[in-house]
Design a binder for this molecule. Structure first.
Ligand SMILES: Cc1cc2nc3c(=O)[nH]c(=O)nc-3n(C[C@H](O)[C@H](O)[C@H](O)COP(=O)(O)OP(=O)(O)OC[C@H]3O[C@@H](n4cnc5c(N)ncnc54)[C@H](O)[C@@H]3O)c2cc1C
Length: 378
């Protein structure tokens, strides 16, 4: 027991109970470390509760081959990760990897997609880049319960794409964390981190916590927590809208980047991208655009009622690729930022945690530095 008023001590303090913090924390607990997760209250920016639930490979890693590899690695680890969560907590996160489609409406979209994916292929994905183009007939064969809109001319397809129920994923990770002996500290918004002998002290409204290693997995909170600790990661918010329809008969056997059917039958429609600062209110014009495209792609979607909509803010770096970095000025302080926290959850639990625990960094991390933003020419 710490003396009254003394900080509670752990091996690793993880700031952020969203998508990245709990995933990494599970792996740290597996390595026998004493871990706490500190989080804020409920009325905060928490992207983990507002995302689409895709585990998405195709199109990731433009300009950064290491991100292609990292995404592939996580996609391949997911089935075991999901099974472990289910075995230990009873929560089925609804993981499936049936492959995924990005439907293309018209020749311009096809040409743009071919150019974009072609560059990823050439930058090092090469023969191992598991994405192909298929024509309208092949799309129709994959989606037998769908009548395609007349503008659909084909799709890019990857067998590595899949999806989960992101809220169940969050619940399963939190349940497992506490089951495995982790300490979850809600209402512990970290206001500052200071060096205190061999450890860091984290000051919060709920008392102090001390640990020699600190992981800042705080989503948008990284923007203020990082710089004083030598992690100046230039993240920005980017708003995305999602709409959910009433339940429908099974019609989508696989996720289709902007549409996916949940196991309960609802169809999620997304996902927009607007530069709106920290404004996460709903913009009806954007909803209209999403609905119009959905109807153009699959006219039968127009018959379904929308039952829910929301907007959430992506945590975006300038090149849209992740950051995994340890501070040079404050060894033991790690910062992680990614706008694909669902996709990368399995790799974060299984690999990132090892790096924080003291293993050599995985080869992919050589690319995920903070310096790439500050060294780049203006
Ligand atoms: C519309 C939309 C769709 C998306 N779809 C997908 C998708 O299909 N697939 C995918 O892989 N990703 C998707 N994402 C992205 C994904 O949700 C994020 O990458 C992920 O949630 C980021 O996790 P995080 O832990 O960094 O941040 P968050 O999930 O936001 O969690 C950060 C946590 O840190 C806490 N925090 C912040 N500051 C402090 C502080 N000072 N003290 C204590 N706690 C603090 C917050 O309260 C929060 O709980 C989507 C995002 C959006 C917006």
């Amino acid at each position: 027991m710490p003396a009254p008023g003394a900080p509670r001590t752990f091996d690793v303090a993880v700031i952020g109970g969203g998508m990245i913090g709990p995933a990494v924390s599970l792996g740290l607990l597996e390595r026998g470390l004493r871990v706490c997760i500190l989080d804020e209250g409920d009325d905060v920016l928490r992207v983990a509760r507002g995302n689409f639930g895709l585990i998405w490979f195709q199109g990731k890693g433009f300009g950064m081959p290491r991100y292609v590899e990292w995404t592939r690695r996580s996609a391949m680890l997911y089935a075991d990760f999901a099974a472990e969560l289910k075995d230990s907590t009873g929560v089925d996160i609804g993981h499936a990897r049936p492959g995924g489609l990005e439907l293309l409406l018209g020749e311009d979209e096809l040409a743009h997609r071919q150019h974009y994916l072609g560059q990823i292929y050439q930058q090092g994905g090469g023969a191992n880049y598991e994405v192909e183009f298929i024509d309208r007939k092949q799309v129709a064969d994959m989606l037998p319960n769908v009548t395609l809109g007349e503008d659909v001319i084909g799709a890019s397809y990857s067998p590595l794409d899949g999806h989960v129920n992101p809220l169940f994923l969050l619940r399963a990770m939190h349940t497992r964390f506490q089951q495995a002996g982790g300490t979850y500290l809600p209402h512990h918004r970290v206001s500052g981190v200071r060096k205190d002998g061999d450890a860091y002290t984290l000051d919060t409204e709920g008392g102090s916590v001390s640990a020699p290693k600190v992981v800042i997995a705080a989503g948008h909170g990284l923007k203020t927590l990082g710089p004083p600790l030598g992690l100046d990661i230039p993240i920005r918010p980017q708003r995305g809208h999602i709409m959910v329809t009433e339940r429908a008969q099974p019609m989508l056997p696989m996720p289709i980047s902007a549409f996916r059917q949940t196991v309960e039958g609802s169809i999620m429609l997304g996902v927009s991208a607007e530069e709106a600062g920290y404004d996460d209110t709903i913009d009806t014009a954007t909803l209209h655009t999403i609905a119009a495209r959905a109807k153009r792609t699959m006219p039968q979607l127009g018959n379904l009622n929308i039952v829910r909509t929301w907007a959430a803010l992506r945590v975006l770096t300038p090149d849209k690729c992740p950051v995994y970095a340890e501070s040079d000025s404050h060894p033991g302080i790690f910062g992680i930022a990614s706008h694909s926290g669902v996709t990368l959850a399995a790799a974060n639990a299984k690999v990132t945690a090892g790096w924080i625990a003291g293993d050599p960094p995985p080869p992919e991390f050589e690319a995920f530095t903070v310096e790439r933003f500050h060294d780049a020419p203006a």
